[in-house]
Design a protein around this ligand. Structure first.
Ligand code: C2E
Ligand code: SIN
Ligand code: SIN
Ligand code: FE
Ligand code: FE
Length: 331
């Protein structure tokens, strides 16, 4: 067999002081899982640390260390804390169940166990773990794509960090729910990912762009949208609309589609204010940094032309928080 058992099947640790109980669970679970067994809490902790199983089925009533004590120890150890624990117990007493959940268990199975219930519960908990891992790795990839985006014209990556925090602050000021503002914080760093497709002699040019060079530069929103693609994930949908629409202007004079007013997604209108404020207040290959006062004056001047006027007012009201972000991630 070219792959080890460890690589192709999820690992379960089954803990019970009764050999017959271990046998019953072995019969039910052995076809689809790699199984580890422990007959007491100490052995269970040792195996959990050395093998890092995907799920632990833990008997509550055991001589020596009880299941509750073992669970407490697992949750206190950073190396085993994230392994879901399902209690398997003869006690169907509700007080005991409440105690198990308080200790961090994800579920309860009552003995004598029913094979279909054991299989279904184990399958559900393993797929929840997998979804958490997928969500985590997706966030990591999104974050790293954002860094890649700014790497060419802003090697420190601080621009995307500042502007995405400005965008989060502005979204909260505009009444977005905290979770939604957090999604915006995650998605905003990808707004300029399309600059990857712009040749360096244009992107890094020290002076003003020629009309031909502007034609190329104005393709970066569409390139970005194409790189991000169409994806059901809400963060990636948000990232795509931001990348595509962050150079549209309130009065319809922006690019690439000359969208106007509320036809421009709110996410992109927020990011536009955050992006331009940071672009103005920091140095670029083609320009020096402006003072905060000059940048704020520019936002006011372009209110209703470039920017959603209400968002400019909210941004200026949130300036104390904006300046904390600016100071925290200064160049
Ligand atoms: P960027 O440097 O990230 O700038 C983002 C946006 O901030 C700009 O979008 C513009 O709306 C605003 N902004 C930046 N600097 C200034 C400024 O000095 N004055 C004013 N009024 N607004 C400013 P825009 O103009 O669509 O530019 C998109 C991208 O094109 C820029 O991204 C930059 O990468 C490039 N770019 C813009 N102007 C020049 C230029 O004169 N020379 C070169 N080499 N690149 C430029
Ligand atoms: C919200 O208002 O909480 C979400 C708005 C959005 O995602 O566009
Ligand atoms: C230009 O079109 O030449 C400038 C682009 C802009 O600031 O929107
Ligand atoms: Fe851009
Ligand atoms: Fe930007």
């Amino acid at each position: 067999m070219p792959y080890s058992d460890r690589e192709i099947r999820p690992t379960l640790l089954i803990v019970d002081d009764e050999p017959t109980n271990l046998q019953v669970l072995r019969q039910i679970l052995q076809n689809d899982h790699r199984l580890l067994f422990a007959r007491d809490g100490h052995k269970a902790l040792e195996l959990a640390r050395s093998e890092h199983p995907d799920l632990i089925l833990l008997d509550v009533m055991m001589p020596g260390m009880t299941g509750h004590e073992a669970c407490t120890a697992l949750k206190a150890d950073a190396s085993t804390r994230d392994i879901p624990v399902v209690f398997v117990t003869a006690l169907s007493d509700t007080e005991d169940e409440a105690r198990g959940f308080e200790l961090g268990a994800v579920d309860y199975i009552v003995k004598p166990v029913s094979p279909p219930i054991v299989k279904a519960r184990v399958r559900n908990h393993l797929s929840l773990v997998r979804m958490d891992e997928l969500r985590e790795s997706r966030m990591q990839i999104i974050e790293r794509l954002g860094r890649a985006a700014e790497y060419k014209d802003n090697e420190t990556g601080l621009h995307v960090i500042r502007m995405s925090h400005y965008a989060q602050t502005l979204a909260l000021a505009a009444g977005w729910a905290p979770w939604a503002a957090e999604e915006l914080l995650t998605a905003a760093p990808m707004h300029d990912i399309g600059k990857i497709g712009i040749p360096d002699h244009i992107l890094l040019k020290p002076g003003a762009l020629t009309p031909e060079e502007w034609d190329v530069m104005r393709t970066h929103p569409q390139i970005g949208a194409d790189i991000i693609g169409e994806h059901p994930s809400s963060v990636l949908r948000l990232a795509r609309e931001i990348a595509l629409c962050h150079h549209e202007k309130w009065d319809g004079s922006g690019y690439p589609r000359r969208l106007q007013g509320e036809d421009i997604p709110l996410s992109a209108r927020i990011v536009t204010v955050a992006d331009v404020f940071d672009a103005l207040t920091t140095a670029r290959p083609y320009k020096k940094a402006w003072t905060v006062e000059d940048a704020v004056a520019q936002l006011h001047k372009d209110k209703g032309q470039h920017f959603d006027p209400h968002l400019v007012d909210l941004f200026v009201s949130a300036l104390p928080e904006v300046l904390v972000i600016k100071e925290r991630w200064k160049e």
